[in-house]
Design a protein around this ligand. Structure first.
Ligand code: PLP
Length: 378
Protein backbone atom coordinates (compact mmCIF):
# COMPACT_ATOMS: atom_id res chain seq x y z
CA UNK A 1 0.00 0.00 0.00
CA UNK A 2 1.54 3.33 -0.96
CA UNK A 3 0.56 5.97 1.58
CA UNK A 4 0.86 9.74 1.63
CA UNK A 5 3.36 11.34 4.02
CA UNK A 6 0.67 12.28 6.56
CA UNK A 7 -0.53 8.69 6.79
CA UNK A 8 3.04 7.34 7.03
CA UNK A 9 3.61 9.65 10.02
CA UNK A 10 0.63 8.11 11.80
CA UNK A 11 0.88 4.46 10.72
CA UNK A 12 4.47 4.02 9.52
CA UNK A 13 5.78 2.28 12.64
CA UNK A 14 4.33 -1.19 13.06
CA UNK A 15 5.36 -3.81 15.57
CA UNK A 16 5.96 -6.97 13.54
CA UNK A 17 5.68 -9.11 16.65
CA UNK A 18 2.33 -7.77 17.78
CA UNK A 19 -0.02 -10.50 18.98
CA UNK A 20 -1.96 -8.36 21.45
CA UNK A 21 -3.46 -5.73 19.16
CA UNK A 22 -1.50 -2.98 20.92
CA UNK A 23 -1.80 0.18 18.83
CA UNK A 24 1.49 1.67 20.05
CA UNK A 25 4.83 -0.02 19.40
CA UNK A 26 5.97 -1.24 22.83
CA UNK A 27 9.31 -0.46 24.44
CA UNK A 28 11.24 -3.73 24.21
CA UNK A 29 13.61 -3.03 27.06
CA UNK A 30 15.81 -6.05 26.51
CA UNK A 31 19.55 -6.06 25.95
CA UNK A 32 19.64 -9.56 24.49
CA UNK A 33 17.29 -12.01 22.79
CA UNK A 34 17.10 -15.80 23.23
CA UNK A 35 17.68 -18.02 20.22
CA UNK A 36 14.96 -20.51 19.20
CA UNK A 37 17.56 -23.12 18.15
CA UNK A 38 21.20 -23.63 17.24
CA UNK A 39 22.13 -21.16 14.52
CA UNK A 40 18.60 -19.73 14.57
CA UNK A 41 17.47 -16.20 15.46
CA UNK A 42 14.19 -14.38 15.98
CA UNK A 43 15.76 -11.59 13.91
CA UNK A 44 17.06 -9.99 17.11
CA UNK A 45 20.19 -11.12 18.90
CA UNK A 46 21.71 -8.27 20.85
CA UNK A 47 20.22 -4.77 21.24
CA UNK A 48 23.27 -2.88 20.04
CA UNK A 49 22.79 -4.52 16.64
CA UNK A 50 19.03 -4.08 16.45
CA UNK A 51 16.05 -4.01 18.75
CA UNK A 52 12.33 -4.35 18.05
CA UNK A 53 11.43 -0.78 19.09
CA UNK A 54 14.16 0.91 17.07
CA UNK A 55 13.54 -1.15 13.96
CA UNK A 56 9.95 0.04 13.32
CA UNK A 57 11.11 3.62 13.88
CA UNK A 58 13.87 3.16 11.30
CA UNK A 59 11.39 1.76 8.78
CA UNK A 60 9.11 4.75 9.44
CA UNK A 61 11.81 7.35 8.88
CA UNK A 62 13.09 5.49 5.78
CA UNK A 63 9.55 5.57 4.35
CA UNK A 64 9.15 9.28 5.11
CA UNK A 65 12.38 10.13 3.27
CA UNK A 66 11.56 7.70 0.45
CA UNK A 67 14.73 5.81 1.28
CA UNK A 68 15.64 2.16 1.37
CA UNK A 69 16.97 2.00 4.90
CA UNK A 70 17.48 4.19 7.92
CA UNK A 71 19.71 3.94 10.95
CA UNK A 72 18.61 5.63 14.20
CA UNK A 73 21.29 7.06 16.48
CA UNK A 74 21.50 8.40 20.02
CA UNK A 75 21.78 11.98 18.69
CA UNK A 76 22.20 13.96 15.52
CA UNK A 77 25.92 14.21 16.27
CA UNK A 78 26.17 10.41 16.60
CA UNK A 79 24.53 10.17 13.16
CA UNK A 80 27.06 12.66 11.74
CA UNK A 81 29.92 10.73 13.29
CA UNK A 82 28.63 7.53 11.65
CA UNK A 83 28.47 9.39 8.35
CA UNK A 84 32.18 10.14 8.62
CA UNK A 85 32.91 6.44 9.17
CA UNK A 86 31.54 5.85 5.65
CA UNK A 87 34.49 7.76 4.19
CA UNK A 88 37.90 6.22 3.44
CA UNK A 89 40.94 7.28 5.49
CA UNK A 90 42.56 10.43 4.19
CA UNK A 91 39.46 11.52 2.28
CA UNK A 92 38.54 15.11 1.69
CA UNK A 93 34.99 16.38 2.11
CA UNK A 94 33.48 19.66 0.94
CA UNK A 95 30.79 21.22 3.11
CA UNK A 96 28.41 24.17 3.12
CA UNK A 97 30.26 27.00 4.88
CA UNK A 98 27.29 27.89 7.07
CA UNK A 99 26.56 24.79 9.16
CA UNK A 100 25.24 23.73 12.53
CA UNK A 101 28.04 24.57 15.00
CA UNK A 102 28.31 20.98 16.27
CA UNK A 103 28.96 19.75 12.74
CA UNK A 104 31.79 22.29 12.40
CA UNK A 105 33.27 21.13 15.72
CA UNK A 106 33.19 17.49 14.59
CA UNK A 107 34.57 18.25 11.12
CA UNK A 108 37.33 20.61 12.30
CA UNK A 109 38.40 19.28 15.68
CA UNK A 110 37.84 15.51 15.61
CA UNK A 111 37.66 14.38 11.98
CA UNK A 112 41.24 15.52 11.10
CA UNK A 113 42.58 12.92 13.56
CA UNK A 114 41.37 10.24 11.16
CA UNK A 115 43.05 12.04 8.27
CA UNK A 116 39.76 13.47 7.04
CA UNK A 117 39.94 17.02 5.75
CA UNK A 118 36.87 19.21 5.41
CA UNK A 119 36.88 22.32 3.26
CA UNK A 120 34.01 24.78 3.25
CA UNK A 121 32.40 26.71 0.47
CA UNK A 122 29.17 28.32 -0.61
CA UNK A 123 27.56 25.18 -2.04
CA UNK A 124 25.56 27.33 -4.46
CA UNK A 125 28.74 28.45 -6.15
CA UNK A 126 28.79 25.60 -8.67
CA UNK A 127 31.92 26.84 -10.44
CA UNK A 128 33.83 26.81 -7.13
CA UNK A 129 32.35 23.40 -6.31
CA UNK A 130 33.57 21.97 -9.63
CA UNK A 131 36.97 23.61 -9.12
CA UNK A 132 37.42 22.07 -5.64
CA UNK A 133 35.95 18.64 -6.44
CA UNK A 134 39.24 16.91 -7.29
CA UNK A 135 39.81 13.14 -7.16
CA UNK A 136 40.53 13.21 -3.40
CA UNK A 137 37.06 14.65 -2.67
CA UNK A 138 34.95 11.68 -1.66
CA UNK A 139 31.94 13.47 -0.20
CA UNK A 140 29.98 16.70 -0.20
CA UNK A 141 27.97 17.73 2.84
CA UNK A 142 25.12 20.17 2.41
CA UNK A 143 22.86 21.78 4.98
CA UNK A 144 19.83 23.48 3.44
CA UNK A 145 18.43 25.76 4.63
CA UNK A 146 21.64 26.39 6.54
CA UNK A 147 22.08 27.19 10.18
CA UNK A 148 21.69 29.98 11.16
CA UNK A 149 21.78 32.12 8.01
CA UNK A 150 19.01 30.20 6.21
CA UNK A 151 20.96 29.96 2.94
CA UNK A 152 19.35 27.61 0.44
CA UNK A 153 21.43 25.17 -1.64
CA UNK A 154 20.12 23.66 -4.86
CA UNK A 155 20.57 19.93 -4.11
CA UNK A 156 20.00 18.66 -7.65
CA UNK A 157 22.48 21.22 -9.04
CA UNK A 158 25.13 20.09 -6.54
CA UNK A 159 24.60 16.46 -7.56
CA UNK A 160 25.00 17.41 -11.19
CA UNK A 161 28.16 19.44 -10.51
CA UNK A 162 29.95 16.69 -8.54
CA UNK A 163 28.93 13.74 -10.73
CA UNK A 164 27.49 10.39 -9.62
CA UNK A 165 30.49 8.99 -7.72
CA UNK A 166 30.94 11.50 -4.91
CA UNK A 167 28.86 10.78 -1.82
CA UNK A 168 26.31 13.56 -1.33
CA UNK A 169 24.92 13.93 2.19
CA UNK A 170 22.23 16.46 3.06
CA UNK A 171 21.26 17.57 6.56
CA UNK A 172 17.47 17.82 6.32
CA UNK A 173 16.86 18.75 9.96
CA UNK A 174 15.34 22.18 9.25
CA UNK A 175 12.72 21.14 6.70
CA UNK A 176 11.89 17.51 7.56
CA UNK A 177 10.68 14.98 4.97
CA UNK A 178 7.26 16.65 5.07
CA UNK A 179 8.76 19.57 3.12
CA UNK A 180 11.94 18.32 1.46
CA UNK A 181 13.17 14.88 0.38
CA UNK A 182 16.85 15.15 -0.58
CA UNK A 183 17.12 11.52 -1.76
CA UNK A 184 14.64 12.34 -4.51
CA UNK A 185 16.88 15.26 -5.52
CA UNK A 186 20.02 13.14 -5.86
CA UNK A 187 21.43 12.83 -2.33
CA UNK A 188 22.92 9.49 -1.22
CA UNK A 189 22.41 10.04 2.49
CA UNK A 190 20.01 12.22 4.46
CA UNK A 191 21.04 13.32 7.94
CA UNK A 192 18.63 14.32 10.70
CA UNK A 193 18.87 15.57 14.20
CA UNK A 194 15.73 13.77 15.37
CA UNK A 195 15.98 15.90 18.51
CA UNK A 196 14.34 18.69 16.53
CA UNK A 197 11.16 18.37 14.43
CA UNK A 198 11.02 14.58 14.22
CA UNK A 199 10.89 14.15 18.00
CA UNK A 200 9.21 17.53 18.21
CA UNK A 201 8.75 17.92 21.96
CA UNK A 202 12.17 19.01 23.23
CA UNK A 203 12.33 15.91 25.40
CA UNK A 204 14.80 13.54 23.75
CA UNK A 205 17.92 13.41 21.63
CA UNK A 206 17.99 11.33 18.45
CA UNK A 207 19.64 11.24 15.03
CA UNK A 208 19.07 9.49 11.71
CA UNK A 209 20.86 8.58 8.52
CA UNK A 210 18.67 7.49 5.62
CA UNK A 211 19.90 6.10 2.31
CA UNK A 212 18.64 4.65 -0.95
CA UNK A 213 21.80 2.62 -1.52
CA UNK A 214 21.89 -1.01 -0.36
CA UNK A 215 25.68 -0.80 -0.08
CA UNK A 216 25.62 2.25 2.20
CA UNK A 217 22.81 0.69 4.25
CA UNK A 218 24.90 -2.41 4.86
CA UNK A 219 27.89 -0.35 5.96
CA UNK A 220 25.67 1.70 8.27
CA UNK A 221 24.40 -1.47 9.93
CA UNK A 222 27.99 -2.53 10.46
CA UNK A 223 28.93 0.87 11.92
CA UNK A 224 25.97 0.88 14.34
CA UNK A 225 26.75 -2.65 15.48
CA UNK A 226 30.42 -1.80 15.94
CA UNK A 227 30.35 1.59 17.65
CA UNK A 228 27.09 1.11 19.58
CA UNK A 229 25.57 4.54 19.10
CA UNK A 230 22.12 3.25 18.12
CA UNK A 231 19.02 4.83 19.66
CA UNK A 232 17.71 3.25 22.87
CA UNK A 233 14.31 1.49 23.01
CA UNK A 234 12.74 4.19 25.18
CA UNK A 235 13.97 7.06 23.00
CA UNK A 236 12.83 5.12 19.91
CA UNK A 237 9.37 4.95 21.46
CA UNK A 238 9.35 8.72 22.06
CA UNK A 239 10.39 9.34 18.45
CA UNK A 240 7.62 7.11 17.08
CA UNK A 241 5.16 8.99 19.26
CA UNK A 242 6.48 12.39 18.17
CA UNK A 243 6.44 11.47 14.49
CA UNK A 244 2.72 10.69 14.58
CA UNK A 245 2.01 14.45 14.57
CA UNK A 246 5.02 15.64 12.54
CA UNK A 247 2.92 16.73 9.56
CA UNK A 248 0.49 18.69 11.75
CA UNK A 249 3.23 20.40 13.74
CA UNK A 250 5.24 21.35 10.67
CA UNK A 251 2.21 22.75 8.88
CA UNK A 252 1.14 24.84 11.84
CA UNK A 253 4.61 26.08 12.76
CA UNK A 254 5.32 26.99 9.15
CA UNK A 255 2.14 29.06 8.81
CA UNK A 256 2.99 30.89 12.04
CA UNK A 257 6.60 31.39 10.89
CA UNK A 258 5.44 33.13 7.72
CA UNK A 259 3.23 35.43 9.74
CA UNK A 260 6.01 36.12 12.24
CA UNK A 261 8.57 36.77 9.48
CA UNK A 262 6.28 39.33 7.86
CA UNK A 263 5.69 40.99 11.22
CA UNK A 264 9.42 41.09 12.02
CA UNK A 265 10.21 42.53 8.60
CA UNK A 266 7.96 45.50 9.32
CA UNK A 267 9.38 46.18 12.82
CA UNK A 268 11.56 49.33 13.06
CA UNK A 269 14.18 47.62 15.28
CA UNK A 270 14.62 44.69 12.91
CA UNK A 271 17.20 45.28 10.19
CA UNK A 272 16.99 42.06 8.23
CA UNK A 273 14.94 38.89 8.24
CA UNK A 274 16.38 35.65 6.87
CA UNK A 275 13.50 33.36 5.91
CA UNK A 276 13.33 31.53 2.56
CA UNK A 277 9.56 31.99 2.47
CA UNK A 278 10.00 35.74 1.92
CA UNK A 279 10.09 36.61 -1.78
CA UNK A 280 13.21 38.80 -1.36
CA UNK A 281 15.25 35.92 0.15
CA UNK A 282 18.00 34.98 -2.35
CA UNK A 283 17.10 31.28 -2.06
CA UNK A 284 13.36 31.80 -2.46
CA UNK A 285 13.08 30.46 -6.03
CA UNK A 286 15.27 27.38 -5.41
CA UNK A 287 13.41 26.72 -2.18
CA UNK A 288 10.07 26.78 -4.00
CA UNK A 289 11.39 24.42 -6.64
CA UNK A 290 12.95 21.79 -4.40
CA UNK A 291 10.83 21.98 -1.24
CA UNK A 292 7.14 22.00 -0.45
CA UNK A 293 7.58 24.84 2.06
CA UNK A 294 10.05 27.06 3.88
CA UNK A 295 9.74 25.57 7.35
CA UNK A 296 9.55 27.43 10.63
CA UNK A 297 13.08 28.66 11.30
CA UNK A 298 13.74 32.38 11.05
CA UNK A 299 16.91 34.32 11.72
CA UNK A 300 16.78 38.07 12.10
CA UNK A 301 19.16 40.91 12.74
CA UNK A 302 18.18 43.65 15.17
CA UNK A 303 19.54 47.21 15.29
CA UNK A 304 22.06 46.73 18.11
CA UNK A 305 23.60 44.13 20.46
CA UNK A 306 21.69 45.82 23.29
CA UNK A 307 18.39 45.15 21.53
CA UNK A 308 19.42 41.52 21.00
CA UNK A 309 20.10 41.16 24.72
CA UNK A 310 16.85 42.87 25.63
CA UNK A 311 14.89 40.47 23.46
CA UNK A 312 16.58 37.41 24.99
CA UNK A 313 15.90 38.64 28.49
CA UNK A 314 12.47 40.10 27.75
CA UNK A 315 10.66 37.13 26.23
CA UNK A 316 8.27 35.31 28.55
CA UNK A 317 6.32 32.80 26.47
CA UNK A 318 9.21 32.20 24.11
CA UNK A 319 12.08 30.36 25.76
CA UNK A 320 15.66 31.54 25.44
CA UNK A 321 17.17 28.14 24.77
CA UNK A 322 19.25 26.22 22.27
CA UNK A 323 17.60 23.74 19.94
CA UNK A 324 14.67 24.03 17.57
CA UNK A 325 11.81 22.16 15.98
CA UNK A 326 9.75 21.49 19.10
CA UNK A 327 6.24 22.57 20.00
CA UNK A 328 7.67 25.40 22.14
CA UNK A 329 8.91 28.55 20.41
CA UNK A 330 12.61 28.99 21.20
CA UNK A 331 14.96 31.88 20.61
CA UNK A 332 18.73 31.47 20.37
CA UNK A 333 21.74 33.74 20.23
CA UNK A 334 23.93 31.83 17.73
CA UNK A 335 27.00 33.91 18.64
CA UNK A 336 27.06 32.64 22.22
CA UNK A 337 25.33 29.27 21.83
CA UNK A 338 25.14 27.07 18.75
CA UNK A 339 28.04 28.76 16.95
CA UNK A 340 30.32 29.73 19.84
CA UNK A 341 32.91 27.17 18.67
CA UNK A 342 32.98 28.53 15.13
CA UNK A 343 36.10 30.71 14.73
CA UNK A 344 35.40 34.44 14.91
CA UNK A 345 36.69 35.28 11.41
CA UNK A 346 34.35 32.66 10.00
CA UNK A 347 31.37 33.85 12.04
CA UNK A 348 31.89 37.37 10.79
CA UNK A 349 32.23 36.26 7.17
CA UNK A 350 28.97 34.33 7.51
CA UNK A 351 27.05 37.17 9.15
CA UNK A 352 26.74 35.57 12.60
CA UNK A 353 27.01 38.86 14.47
CA UNK A 354 26.14 40.10 17.96
CA UNK A 355 22.84 41.35 16.50
CA UNK A 356 21.66 38.05 15.02
CA UNK A 357 18.89 36.07 16.69
CA UNK A 358 17.44 32.74 15.62
CA UNK A 359 13.82 31.87 16.21
CA UNK A 360 12.28 28.40 16.06
CA UNK A 361 8.57 29.05 15.74
CA UNK A 362 6.48 26.55 17.68
CA UNK A 363 2.81 25.70 17.69
CA UNK A 364 1.44 28.18 20.24
CA UNK A 365 -1.10 30.78 19.04
CA UNK A 366 0.83 32.96 16.63
CA UNK A 367 -0.74 36.07 18.15
CA UNK A 368 0.87 35.16 21.48
CA UNK A 369 4.24 34.58 19.83
CA UNK A 370 4.12 37.97 18.10
CA UNK A 371 2.86 39.75 21.21
CA UNK A 372 5.78 38.31 23.17
CA UNK A 373 8.29 39.52 20.55
CA UNK A 374 6.63 42.91 20.44
CA UNK A 375 6.92 43.30 24.21
CA UNK A 376 10.55 42.15 24.21
CA UNK A 377 11.53 44.42 21.33
CA UNK A 378 9.99 47.57 22.81
C1 PLP B 1 20.83 19.98 16.35
C2 PLP B 1 21.40 19.76 15.02
C3 PLP B 1 22.37 18.77 14.80
C4 PLP B 1 22.91 17.91 15.94
O1 PLP B 1 21.92 17.10 16.47
P1 PLP B 1 21.86 16.65 18.03
O2 PLP B 1 20.62 15.81 18.04
O3 PLP B 1 21.77 17.88 18.86
O4 PLP B 1 23.08 15.86 18.30
C5 PLP B 1 22.83 18.58 13.51
N1 PLP B 1 22.40 19.34 12.49
C6 PLP B 1 21.48 20.32 12.67
C7 PLP B 1 21.03 21.12 11.50
C8 PLP B 1 20.95 20.56 13.93
O5 PLP B 1 20.06 21.53 14.10
Amino acid sequence: MSLKTDSICVHGAQDRNNKTGAVAVPIYQSATFAHPGVGASTGYDYARVQNPTREPLERLVAALENGLECAAFASGMAALDALLWLLPAGARMLATSDLYGGSVRLFDQLAPRTGLRVDYLDTNDLAELRRLAGPDVKAVFVETPSNPMMNVTDIAAVREAIGPDVLLAVDNTFLTPCLQRPLELGADVVVHSGTKYLGGHNDTLAGFLVTRSAGIAERLRFITKTVGTGLSPFDSFLLIRGLKTLHLRVERAQASAMETALWLRAHPKVRRVFYPGLPEHPGHAVSRRQAAGSGAMISFEVDSPATAERVLEGVRLILYAESLGGVETLITYPLLQTHSDVPEWKREALGITDRLLRLSVGVEAVSDIIADLERALS
